[in-house]
Design a protein around this ligand. Structure first.
Ligand code: WTA
Length: 661
């Protein structure tokens, strides 16, 4: 797209319709501004009011925010509550108790539902089973489960007894799982025999066995296995038990364990700039407040809504907007086991029609791939389904390009549904910068304005504010309740990664570049400014992939990984590799590239497979030995090298690396 076109696109503004504004939780910009003012005038009072109004406390808090050991901020530190009680018990005795909590659609299209009352019974029984396995408050439990009601039950049951869950996405490899079990010091893994995706039965338990077999999982005592399919799986006597076995005879009532507001509800591993994934630790009180509030503010959730967030519980979006948020507000939600392209690329639209979904939340990658499918096959175009139930659309995980935004707006939203382009991160716990459906005029490709109480800004390297129109680093200047508390087991890394001393050590650095437009001060995220890639909305560290490549020690001498823009996946992984043997060409190069891709899939997971692998006799380095990534990025994009290459030790290498296999 040319620069002129992109300016034109960004000038389109879509004010909220009367229908969207009417009855909205935050109705009109004046209401939004009033909340921002309230937060500005009395920051702690604002957050105290919301926490009292939105959560049930077993012991009310008297202190709202403790900044004395910043950046280790504490929220509601003397209060006590239970997250599961705030998602389930809270609704008992209200009209919500017999409402459908979850509509589950399996990969094969079969549907089952569970009411709030029944979900509470299931969670309580499972919580009792966990206790009977000796799992206690403060223990860490890995959840390696497919998208099912039982996955949510497992998370809620952990929360109920005060155990800290750490969900690992079912697409991660045995090696990745092994590292997380060890880092978290987990006592148990909750998994399934298999998962069903796209009509295929894929192993989960076998991967757990492999992960444990790699050694080091000394804290692990039990593996609990949900039999998702009738197929048998290997069971280790004394260690492995089926759900059926552990649930047998367990009562369906279980007193929720009251925990401190700062008690770690979960750890979720995500990629950073260095090789090792970070265990992002979240609190109970502040996190849950934000899950509940953003359901109300961003999705304007109403009693009659049918909410569908397509994210897997393995990602933060599946935590806040599947496992906790919708339940905290008593909403009916859809959970989907399968993939958007099975049995065909009309699956999402068909499901929206079938379940009369009103609020639909998905990722730009999914939208882009469905656009492509609809363009090649009329039969899977959304126009073939009745999508009139929809009232709000959402986007998350990566920047949504204006073209995809417009298509989503026209073909899915029928030009009537606001699109909330929600910017946030694993570390932020929930939405940070996002339009409000009943208030914010929308600009395609912009996540617009921060939520009330979120003091976001764009600054230069020293932390100085930049004027609108100039790009810089996105920061948050004041703490907020659902912020990351620490990196599990590595408080130093937490400080170093997010609170740079050059900025005073108290300002949260998001790791994204952003720019505010001059007219409205709207934020537009321009992408990561660190060594993190965003491929199909999945976060991956370049160093993580490099480490995986060089760990193939018999073959690889050196590797450098960069991202390049990709129409479908947002960014694509491009790896430059130097082998311990002469640079391969033709068929040999293709074969080795394919082997290396599979190797990375085994080390990290299929999502980390490089799309493009190039071989060189060497990598472009400065005379002091630093890899010139800037050049590699240009080569990956297929650009002519216009940068200064005078400091380059061996300029001839550039031509080699530009050659495709
Ligand atoms: C990117 C996902 C642009 C961003 C919730 C961020 C976005 C990273 C948006 C976090 C958005 C997320 N517009 N970019 N609306 N939402 N990102 O931790 O680069 O998996 O830093 O959390 O995704 O990814 P994470």
């Amino acid at each position: 797209m040319s620069a002129i076109e992109s300016v034109l696109v960004e000038n389109r503004v879509f004010p909220p319709s009367d229908a969207a504004t009417r009855g909205a939780r935050i109705s009109g910009m004046a209401a939004y501004e009033a909340l921002c003012k309230e937060a500005e005038k009395d920051f702690e009072g604002f957050w105290a009011r919301l926490a009292r109004e939105n959560l049930d406390w077993t012991k009310p808090f008297t202190k709202t925010l403790n900044e004395s050991s910043a950046p280790f901020y504490k929220w509601y530190e003397d209060g006590e509550l239970n997250a599961s009680a705030n998602c389930l018990d809270k609704h008992i005795g209200t009209p919500v108790e017999n409402k459908t909590a979850i509509v589950f659609e399996a990969d094969d299209g079969s549907v089952s539902t569970v009411t709030y009352k029944d979900l509470l019974s299931r969670v309580a029984r499972f919580a009792n089973a966990l206790k009977a396995q000796g799992i206690r408050k403060g223990d860490r439990v890995i959840v390696y489960m497919p998208m099912t009601i039982d996955g949510v039950v497992a998370m809620q049951a952990c929360a109920r007894i005060g155990a800290t869950h750490s969900v690992v996405f079912g697409g991660f490899s045995a090696k990745a799982l092994n590292e997380r079990i060890i880092d978290a010091g987990a006592v148990s893994v909750i998994t399934a025999n298999f998962q069903m995706r796209g009509g295929k039965e894929l192993p989960l338990k076998a991967i757990v066995d492999e992960a444990i077999g790699m050694g080091g999982c000394d804290t692990l005592r039990t593996v609990l296995v949900y039999m998702r399919t009738p197929s048998a799986c290997n069971m280790v006597a004394g260690r492995d038990k089926t759900f059926e076995e552990v649930l047998k005879g367990q009562p369906d009532q279980c007193e929720p364990v009251s925990v401190n507001a700062e008690h770690p509800l979960f750890i979720l591993y995500t990629s950073g700039s260095t090789g090792k994934p970070k265990g992002v630790q979240h609190s109970t009180g502040g996190y849950l407040l934000w899950a509940s509030l953003t359901m109300q503010w961003t999705f304007d959730i109403r009693p009659e809504d049918v909410f569908w967030c397509t994210a897997d519980i393995g990602w933060v979006t599946g935590h806040t907007y599947v496992a906790y948020g919708p339940l905290a507000v008593g909403a009916t939600q859809v959970i989907f086991e399968g993939i958007p392209t099975y049995p065909n690329a009309g699956r999402f639209w068909q499901m929206i029609e079938k379940h009369k979904v009103t609020v639909f939340y998905t990722a730009p990658t999914a939208i882009r791939s469905l656009i492509k499918a609809a363009e090649t096959d009329e039969k899977v175009h959304p126009k073939n389904w009745n999508l009139s139930s929809l009232r709000i659309l959402g986007s998350v995980g990566e920047p949504i390009n204006p073209e995809a935004w417009m298509w989503y707006h026209r073909n899915v939203g029928g030009e009537r549904c606001p699109i909330v382009d929600t910017f946030w991160q694993t570390e932020t716990g929930g939405h940070m910068i996002t339009p409000l459906p009943g208030a914010t005029p929308l600009v395609p490709g912009s996540c617009t304005l921060p939520l009330p109480g979120i003091i976001a800004a764009i600054v230069d390297e020293s932390g100085k504010d930049l004027p609108n129109g100039s790009g810089g680093m996105l920061v948050v200047k004041r703490p907020w309740p659902s912020m990351i508390r620490t990196i599990w087991g590595d408080p130093e890394r937490f400080k170093k990664s997010y609170f740079p001393p050059e900025m005073g050590g108290r300002i949260y650095l998001a790791g994204d570049g952003a720019v505010r437009d001059e007219q409205r001060g709207y934020f537009r995220i321009t992408g990561r400014i660190d060594d993190v890639l965003n491929v199909s909305g999945h976060r991956l560290g370049t160093m993580e992939i490099e480490s995986a490549l060089v760990s193939k020690t018999d073959l690889v001498a050196e590797a450098a990984v960069v991202g390049r823009p990709d129409e479908l996946t947002g960014e694509a992984i491009c790896a430059f590799v130097v082998l311990k043997r002469p640079r391969p060409k033709g068929e040999e190069a293709r074969q080795i590239a394919s082997d290396l891709r599979n190797w990375v899939a085994k080390e990290i997971g299929p999502i980390a497979k490089p799309k493009d692998i190039r071989f060189g006799d060497n990598l472009p380095k400065t005379r002091s030995g630093k890899i010139m990534r800037r050049l590699l990025r240009s080569i990956a994009k297929g650009e002519a090298i216009t940068q200064d290459t005078s400091t380059l030790e061996n300029p001839a290498i550039l031509e080699q690396l530009a050659e495709k296999n």
